[in-house]
Design a protein around this ligand. Structure first.
Ligand SMILES: *[C@@H]1O[C@H](CO)[C@@H](O)[C@H](O)[C@H]1NC(C)=O
Length: 285
């Protein structure tokens, strides 16, 4: 459920905040003879700074110089955006397959095993690309430091002229994109366990030891909650149908899941008078 909503959403945030970024630096140059000019330097994704150039006055009559920024920060940035876009597409595809092609997905356990492997791969990619992008971003901030910009211009290196920074680049979106990268890593890495459970491989070789009476209650509860958890995957369609039978008014796919999730279980456990399935399990043993 978490993966269905948050994985595509967080992936969109990660690549939109990074790929849609453009920043600007404005420096006011006031020469000794009081002639003023505002110099704007714009840069954007994928941060090939060696292609960014601007004209700066030399404060010697009307002469100008053309300056280029230095550094190519595109490789890690594009890697990060590529991973985000692929993760977004995969999580959409997985949702569609899971909901509409449930039978094909279960066939010979191929779907769950593939999903588990892809989840592991994407977790690794998210971690590596987020670290690389965070490192690149700190390099980018150093390269675009406003003091550094002023040192580039010969007019500003001359103390007779006045240089003032009017506009600094806003880093918020890029910082957030890094944060979303790491958030996505924790989401995908955390989901490895659930993807692994879906494969059913954990069941082979798992045996419960013979229980003592004092242990009985807690372990039967564990068994119950385990089987109810498994149902959330296997009986997905079944639950949809049962939901539809008593709540015809809800038309979307996400609503039934929300209504039939853990809250229903809590409600049964929470009220002391109701006889929930939990109590039946205990009595039957
Ligand atoms: C430069 O920008 C400042 C502040 O926005 C403005 O007051 C000034 O007139 C501008 N100078 C030129 C030459 O455009």
């Amino acid at each position: 459920m978490c993966m269905v909503i948050f994985a595509p959403l967080f992936a969109v945030f990660a690549f939109a905040l990074c790929g849609g970024y453009s920043g600007q630096i404005t420096v006011k140059v006031e020469c000794l003879d009081k002639t003023q000019s505002n110099i704007s330097i714009s840069f954007s994704y994928p941060f090939r700074l060696q292609q960014v150039h601007f004209n700066a006055p030399l404060c010697e009559g009307k002469r100008h110089e053309t300056l280029f920024l230095e550094g190519d920060y595109s490789s890690s940035t594009q890697f990060f955006v590529t991973v985000s876009v692929l993760a977004f597409l995969y999580s959409l595809l997985a949702t569609v397959v899971y909901i509409f092609y449930q039978n094909k997905y279960r066939e010979k356990n191929r779907g769950p095993v593939l999903d588990c492997l892809v989840t592991v791969v994407f977790s690794g990619l998210w971690l590596v690309s987020s670290i690389a992008w965070a490192k690149t971003l700190s390099g980018l901030k150093t390269a675009l430091d406003v003091g550094q910009m002023q040192l580039l211009m010969s007019a500003c290196r001359d103390p007779e002229n006045l240089c003032e920074t009017l506009e600094e680049p806003a880093w918020t979106n890029l910082n957030m994109s890094v944060a979303f990268g790491f958030l996505n890593f924790s989401l995908w890495a955390g989901n490895i366990w659930f993807a692994y459970k879906e494969t059913g491989l954990h069941k082979s070789g798992q045996r419960y030891p013979s229980r003592t009476p004092s242990e009985k209650r807690s372990s039967s509860f564990r068994q119950y909650s385990q089987s109810s958890f498994d149902q959330s995957g296997a009986g997905f369609e079944q639950r949809l149908y049962s939901q539809a039978s008593f709540d015809l008014s809800s038309g979307s796919f996400s609503l039934p899941q929300t209504n039939l999730g853990p809250p229903m279980l809590y409600r049964q456990m929470g009220s002391p008078t109701s006889k929930g399935p939990l109590i039946f399990v205990n009595e039957s043993q």
